[in-house]
Design a binder for this molecule. Structure first.
Ligand code: HEM
Length: 504
């Protein structure tokens, strides 16, 4: 009896190990049905005859075949604009659970008590490249979370590096142009990448992280992410605090070497997405601990406004990471286009208690994301099911526009103020608003970049030098010299070793 049970368990374990949820998706779908799922119809719901479905040859006209017309005219419109950055990504669903109470500093309802669970959607992505490209390249990566709270959706977009490239949004398009293709040749031009970055010394801290082991995670489940901005939060008494969030993978931060990544990428350019999907399908749910660094208004008086600079870290010695909750991803999307491609994260999707960040880059992002999403998904992108704040009854004065419009607020008044029981704003106890900060274009982070390098182990240092010189060797010599001069300003020894490696 026990022998039989052990055999069944072993067979199940082997099956589980070998079962490939991606390869078997259609087979699994078939197994979940008793036969064809229904009669074939046109998009308009008209049943399609076998005659129409099988051939347009030897017919009087193709225009009278609605089945064919429906398919061919729709097919040529299937593609929508991809995201201008982070176009290649994978999505998943799950929940956020509060493990530690921070309701004394933030009144957001989803953080109100330990054990409270909030459904979430997540998208994990590379930053550069295109939708069909590799997700195993050396790159920064994104991890965005949409919290479907009872007070509307909160979107936090995280980066795999702990700092951002630039602190002034005026450089955003140039930074991406320089890292993209040369407009004359149509090919990637490594010289423009290095030329631009070395013109903005504050970007070098991110570049060191990018060329260190951090640049290629061993799968999304092993990647940390940082929403970076210092968010202003407010409690029930109207008192402000300032918070940096961090998502740390419970499976540990692990990386691939450049050689391992090249090898994987040539066999499977979708490695990161495939790994995420497979883990979830097999019940090995990836989880992250969400931690915060908290600063009070009194702390701000001591630190100054540098803590809002997205190119610098806030010291964990002075402001340690305090756990708040867990992110668990336990459900795969069932339709990539509907649920992942159409996901839209807006830094401006905030909830009462979380006011956003007071730096200008954040404000620029409030505008840019919305514009991007209107362009690629249309003005009603928040009515697309995956973006809907489904736990709230929405009542807005927003109307019409391109589909989907939902119920378009039915018969409710479409102007405000009105005398006909249209929706009314709630009365806030305290008039919370973002503080005004003084920002500087001064480069604040060269010391942090040097410290980051110093703290690497000797193995990590030597891999960074190899990766860095590999990345730089294709650039024009004049650009290589410019980069090396900057690196020497940060860390003389690193600069010298790089120069040696590049035979400069
Ligand atoms: C001037 C600063 C920035 C601008 C103008 C900008 C702009 C954009 C735009 C237009 C998108 C595409 C949005 C869409 O179509 O759905 C995007 C995506 C993204 N950005 Fe930014 N961004 C900036 C800074 C940042 C920072 C500081 C972070 C991280 C802390 C970040 C993380 C992301 C992520 C993770 C995505 C992908 C979202 C997704 O998965 O759909 N960005 N960004």
């Amino acid at each position: 009896m026990f022998g039989l049970l052990i055999t069944i368990a072993l067979v199940a374990a082997v099956d589980m190990e070998e079962w490939d949820p991606i390869k078997n998706q259609l087979k699994d779908f078939m197994a979940s049905t008793d036969g064809p799922i229904g009669t074939l119809t046109t998009s308009g719901g008209t049943p399609v005859s076998d005659h129409e479905a099988t051939s347009t040859l030897d017919t009087d006209s193709v225009i009278d075949n609605e089945y064919f017309l429906d398919k061919i005219t729709h097919f040529v419109e299937e593609k929508i604009p991809e995201r201008i950055v982070h176009p290649k990504g994978s999505g998943a669903f799950g929940y956020f659970e509060v493990t530690h109470d921070i309701s004394d500093i933030c009144k957001a309802n989803f953080l109100s008590k330990v054990g409270k669970k909030t459904p979430i959607a997540a998208r994990l992505s590379t930053t550069r490249g295109n939708r069909g490209g590799s997700d195993v390249n050396r790159d920064t990566r994104g991890m965005s979370i949409k919290f479907y709270t009872e007070e509307g959706n909160l979107d936090l977009t995280g980066f795999s590096t702990s700092v951002f490239t630039i602190k002034d949004a005026v450089h955003f398009d140039s930074a991406n142009h320089a890292a993209g293709i040369n407009p004359a040749t149509g090919f990637t031009d490594i010289s423009t990448f290095w030329d631009f970055l070395s013109s903005l010394p504050e970007s070098i801290f991110l570049v060191l992280q990018l060329f260190s082991d951090l640049g290629i995670p061993a799968g999304y489940a092993h990647m940390a992410a940082h929403p970076i901005h210092t968010y202003q939060v407010v409690n029930d008494c109207g008192v402000y605090h300032f918070v940096r969030f961090h998502f740390i993978p419970d499976a540990g931060i692990k990386h691939l070497t450049s050689a391992e990544a090249k090898n994987i990428s040539s066999n499977d350019p979708d490695f990161m997405g495939r790994d995420l999907f497979t883990r979830i399908a097999k019940g090995q749910y990836p989880t992250w601990t969400v931690s915060v660094q908290i600063l009070s208004e009194a702390d701000l008086k001591k630190t100054g406004h540098i803590v809002f600079d997205v190119t610098t870290l806030i010291s964990t010695r002075d402001f340690p990471l305090l756990p708040v909750g867990k992110i668990v991803l336990n459900e795969n999307p069932n339709n990539y286009h509907a649920q992942v491609e159409q996901m839209a994260f807006c830094p401006s999707s905030l909830v009462p208690g979380i006011l956003g960040a007071p730096d200008k880059l954040f404000l620029a992002r409030r505008l840019a994301y919305r514009h991007s999403q209107m362009y690629r998904l249309g003005s009603n992108f928040k009515k697309i099911p995956v973006n809907c704040p489904f736990r709230v009854d929405t009542h807005t004065y927003v109307r019409d526009g391109v589909p989907p419009v939902g119920d378009n607020e039915k018969g409710a008044p479409n102007y405000y103020p009105n005398s006909f029981n249209g929706a009314e704003p709630y009365r806030e106890k305290y008039n919370s608003k973002l503080i005004k900060i003084k920002e500087t274009s001064r480069v604040n982070n060269l010391g942090q970049a040097a410290e980051y390098y110093e703290e690497l182990s000797s193995g990590e240092k030597s891999r960074l030098i190899d990766n860095f010189s590999d990345g730089l060797k294709g650039a024009l010599p004049m650009i290589q010299i410019k980069v090396l001069n900057l690196i020497k300003r940060i860390h003389r020894k690193l600069g010298e070793q790089l120069a040696k490696k590049l035979k400069m």
